[in-house]
Design a protein around this ligand. Sequence first.
Ligand SMILES: [Fe+2]
Length: 148
Amino acid sequence: MDRRNFIKNTFLATGVVLGSGIIIPEIAKAKESKIPLYGPDLETTFGRKHTPYVKAPKQVKAGEWFDVYVEVGYYHPHPNLMTHWIESVALWIGQYEVAKATFRATQGAPKATFTIKIDNKGETTLKGLGYCNLHGLWVSKPINIKVV
Ligand SMILES: [Fe+2]
């Protein structure tokens, strides 16, 4: 299974669970997490190094696949060293993580395109998250999209 299909299948499984109103263990774990959440901060170089950038369509059709791009280092390059790197980037819809990519130090660029779909019509908010091994979990500016 290639990466794109893995992400699609992962989201399909997550979407089914979310649609039924059941909270999956990963979401409960994230909600109970004591890891501080920083950002967005585009005012300082430190913040620009860690704040994820998110690119998504302003409007999508309910039930149809679309791509969302998430990158840490877009606003200012983040170190990618054995001692300091971005371990993961993730995509959240509202309060739910729907996709995540993890990276190995020095060899993985902290960016990913996630193919997702949203079944419910209306307004929704996307957020990108990035995790730095030294500086914690950072959130992007919220991206509002319309699902028609
Ligand atoms: Fe960092």
